[in-house]
Design a protein around this ligand. Structure first.
Ligand SMILES: Nc1nc2c(ncn2[C@@H]2O[C@H](COP(=O)(O)OP(=O)(O)OP(=O)(O)O)[C@@H](O)[C@H]2O)c(=O)[nH]1
Ligand SMILES: [Mg+2]
Length: 331
């Protein structure tokens, strides 16, 4: 986390930590968002705050007496280091992508609205498990009422743009417009000067699906030109298993995570499963991620990795880097 946060912000953040009621927490988060300086260095923090606000709002709405039931909104347990949703128009190849990227076996069929409920899969990229959620389609004809809520709750999205369809650009624009109408902006890069607390920017990787289909190459050119400056679609084919690795890696990078290995004093490093924390996280953030109590009991840490000498002792506010090995000492 950047060290140059104003004292007023840190004070409110402290107050926020002491709160348990969702309504009060949401108010505090709004205050934190207003006090947060908006620049590139706080981009990740802005987005984290907005995700937290959006989740709390959903929680409050769901718990309210007489709350509208969102047409049987499915409850999905979170798994892995992050959640990426598959979004796109009907028949654009979302379910085929889930099947190609994970062990899940969703129904894939040559007609629209095949998928009616979310389908879950786990995608492993660079030792990090990511939850991939295949969703019903977004179209002007129909959109499940709970769909926007699920997209808001995601850490990132894959947007399927169908290279087998001559109407891919229009269909995709319709998806973007419908979601924008629900306060969701799908963006390749998070803006870092947003003052609007309510709009939720979800980071997106555009996948130009069915790259093996006849005429796909020509359509890719058109799509690239159409979305130039907004998205750079990656050509993929679930059927021909093309471009899947590149897509998986882009999806992983869109989560903005770093991997940290932890070590017990005097023992070798456990390199089987890294912890993941957002880029810019500190030793203290890692401690919090591992266990709530560690936040207060953390005394010191030693690090092997980037920008330090082997086993260097560092302070709690030391910024971590991808693949650092950290030994935490608690009292
Ligand atoms: N040629 C080709 N066809 C594909 C590919 N991926 C999907 N398809 C076909 O496209 C059609 C739709 O695929 P789905 O994966 O069901 O599409 P979807 O986006 O999940 O559709 P909905 O659930 O209705 O929104 C099916 O007939 C698939 O066989 C691909 O990589 N290449
Ligand atoms: Mg589907």
């Amino acid at each position: 986390m950047p060290a140059n946060l104003p004292p007023q912000y840190l004070k409110v953040e402290d107050e926020y930590r002491g709160l348990t009621r969702p309504g009060e927490r949401l108010e505090k988060l709004r205050e934190m968002f207003r006090l947060l300086p908006k620049h590139k260095g706080t981009e990740k923090l802005q987005s984290d705050l907005k995700t937290k606000m959006s989740r709390l709002k959903d929680e409050i709405e769901a718990a309210a007496p007489g709350a509208k039931k969102h047409g049987g909104a499915p409850r999905l347990p979170r798994e892995g280091a992050g959640r990426i949703v598959l979004v796109g128009p009907p028949n654009s190849g979302k379910s085929a992508l889930l099947a190609a990227l994970t062990n899940a076996r969703p129904t894939v069929a040559p007609f629209p609205f095949t998928t009616r409920a979310p389908q879950l899969g786990i995608l492993d990229v660079e030792d990090v498990p990511i939850q991939l959620v295949d969703l019903p389609p977004v179209s002007a004809d129909f959109m499940e009422p709970w769909l926007p809520g699920l997209i808001r709750s995601a850490d990132a999205a894959i947007l399927a743009v169908d290279l087998a369809s001559d109407d891919a650009a229009d269909e995709t624009e319709a998806v973007l417009a419908l979601l924008a109408g629900k306060g969701i902006e799908l963006v390749e890069e998070l803006p870092y000067d947003v003052e609007d607390v309510e709009a939720r920017h979800v980071k997106v990787v555009a996948a130009a699906t069915k790259a093996d289909a006849p005429g796909a190459e020509g359509r890719l050119e058109v799509i690239r030109e159409w979305f130039a400056g907004r998205f750079s679609p990656l050509p993929v084919s679930a059927e021909a298993a093309q471009g899947l690795e590149t897509l998986a890696e882009s999806a992983y990078h869109s989560l903005g995570l770093i991997r940290i290995f932890t070590k017990v004093p005097g023992r070798p490093t456990d390199r089987s499963r890294p912890f993941t924390v957002p880029v810019g996280s500190t030793v203290l953030d890692l401690a919090r991620e591992i266990h709530r109590d560690l936040e207060t009991s953390l005394k010191s840490a030693r690090i092997w990795g980037t920008g330090v000498f082997e086993g260097q002792s560092v302070k709690r506010d030391h910024e971590l880097h991808d693949r650092d090995v950290v030994e935490l000492h608690a009292s």
